[in-house]
Design a protein around this ligand. Structure first.
Ligand code: BG6
Length: 466
């Protein structure tokens, strides 16, 4: 039996940064594709009227997408703004009125994690949670205990199938492509294990800082902001066995087994960094110990991956913006010709942000008399076209009640267990200069496995195609 469609879309945090960068563009795209024929209500604290709210939507789309006049007019005609503080009961009364006849609204909480519980209670007490769905942004909680408490509070008001835990990396086209590439090509599976793979590394680099969101970032830091969620989810997709079939829960069951095999990350295998200048950002404590950079080694103890190190590195104010995965294969066991340094002959490189790229590193002979070679890349590269942005995909799925691309609670709990030892200030902070690759200790962490692979700057892949 198909799930009923939501009949109103409500987003909290309507005046915030996430709404400005991602939500309004996604809403216009949904209207353009005929996927959003319902009231759209934004809830925020600023004392705006509807016109100001619509002007903000236009501004957001002009800045972060392309304005489509027809679609924007439709969007504007459906937008309503409700002023209110999430802690104030009246906000929920006003929201109820704005919802009119809607019976199955979808609520999206684009809010800092510590407020999720307050909103869930407010919706529940005002009778607005009945038959509704709720989408909760990451990070889901700020550690295992708070995730458990949040989940309990959600379960009091919503059924398990009505809760959608957002991790927008799961909605990214290149991340879906990664999974597709793994399971649609017979050449991958035979080598995708400890017998052939030497090491795996994932780098999420951003060339910008906290962009005025210092106050929010202080409560999070890189481990909670992107490692516990986006990057461990990516690792789970890289490492999972094939699901039994295409059913969403089969995939999520398979991924859970990887999360359960992840060992708690050791303090000795983690480097935390902070870029110089972070403490001068508005909202940041002058003695802040919050990390804007992290590098770590992760172990997955199962038959497929025992002994293969998985490296994760994420940071702000790094030299480029790009997220790339490098799966390095071992050298041929019997070397007939010259080979590259271990791990440099054959590899798979996946670029998952901002655009899709999959490449295979292979040795080929250089012209001449001697049987000597070089490593070249065979590259499949696609520029982002009119493909769905992650939030458009995720909102559309949640409206239809399809949870395939949302993080399941059991994997979120397992991810909190994995990062638990390195939360707080158990690992000392090292400083790094903006536009560098982070503290020196991060290089030492991976030196025995051939060093970090640096994601290329956007469009630099053009020249690489082999
Ligand atoms: C968000 C983080 O989840 O992901 C941000 O909170 C980060 O700090 C962003 O900048 C990156 O997303 P994307 O899609 O641009 O790679």
């Amino acid at each position: 039996m198909s799930e009923p469609r939501s009949d109103a879309f409500v987003f909290f945090g309507a005046t915030g940064d996430l709404a400005y960068k991602q939500i309004f563009p996604a809403l216009q795209a949904m209207i353009r594709h005929g996927h959003l024929d319902m009231p759209i209500i934004g809830v925020g604290r600023s004392s705006w009227d509807n016109d100001r709210f619509i002007a903000r939507a236009r501004d957001s789309i002009e800045k972060h997408a392309t304005l489509d006049r027809g679609a924007f007019e439709k969007l504007a005609s459906r937008l309503q703004y409700v002023i209110g503080d999430c802690r104030d009961e009246q906000t929920y009364q006003h929201l109820r009125e704005a919802l009119g006849n809607a019976e199955q609204p979808l609520y999206y909480l684009a809010l800092p994690p510590e407020i999720f519980g307050v909103v869930v209670d407010g919706l529940s007490k005002s009778g607005s949670a009945k038959n509704a769905r709720v989408m909760v942004e990451k990070p889901f909680g700020s550690d295992l205990a708070s995730a458990q408490a949040l989940n309990e509070s959600l379960m009091k008001s919503f059924s398990p199938s009505a809760v959608f835990r957002v991790d927008h990396y799961l909605g990214k086209e290149p991340v879906q492509n990664l999974l597709y590439f793994r399971f649609a090509n017979a050449l991958v599976e035979p080598v995708w294990n400890r017998h052939y793979v030497a090491s795996v590394q994932v780098t999420m680099a951003e060339s910008f800082g906290v962009q005025g969101r210092g106050g929010m970032y202080e409560g999070v830091g890189a481990i909670r902001d992107v490692v516990q969620n986006h990057l461990l989810q990516v690792v789970s997709l890289l490492a999972t066995d094939a699901p039994a079939d295409g059913h969403p829960d089969a995939m999520r069951d398979a991924k859970l087994r990887v999360f359960e095999a992840m060992q708690p990350i050791s303090v000795d295998e983690t480097v935390r960094g902070q870029f110089s200048g972070y403490r001068d950002e508005p909202g940041v404590a002058p003695d802040s110990q919050v990390e804007t950079f992290v590098a770590l080694r992760l172990h997955i103890e199962n038959e497929r991956w025992a002994g293969v190190p998985f490296y994760i590195r994420a940071g702000k104010q790094l030299p480029v913006t790009g997220t790339e995965i490098m799966v390095k294969l071992k050298s041929p066991s019997h070397a007939v010709f010259d080979t590259a340094a271990p791990g440099q002959s054959n590899y798979f490189r996946f670029r998952i942000s901002p655009e899709v790229l999959i490449s295979v590193g292979a040795r080929v002979k250089v012209p001449g008399e001697v049987m000597a070679g070089e490593t070249v890349e065979l590259v499949a590269h696609r520029h982002p076209g009119d493909e769905m942005a992650p939030y458009e995909r995720l909102f559309g799925d949640a409206i239809l009640g399809d949870a395939s691309l949302f993080a399941r609670y059991d994997s979120i709990e397992a991810a909190w267990r994995t990062v638990a030892p390195i939360l707080g200030n158990t690992v000392p902070i090292r400083y790094y200069e903006s536009s560098s690759w982070g503290p020196e200790e991060s290089e030492q962490l991976i030196s025995r496995d051939g060093g970090w692979h640096a994601p290329v700057a956007k469009d630099a892949n053009e020249g690489n195609a082999g």
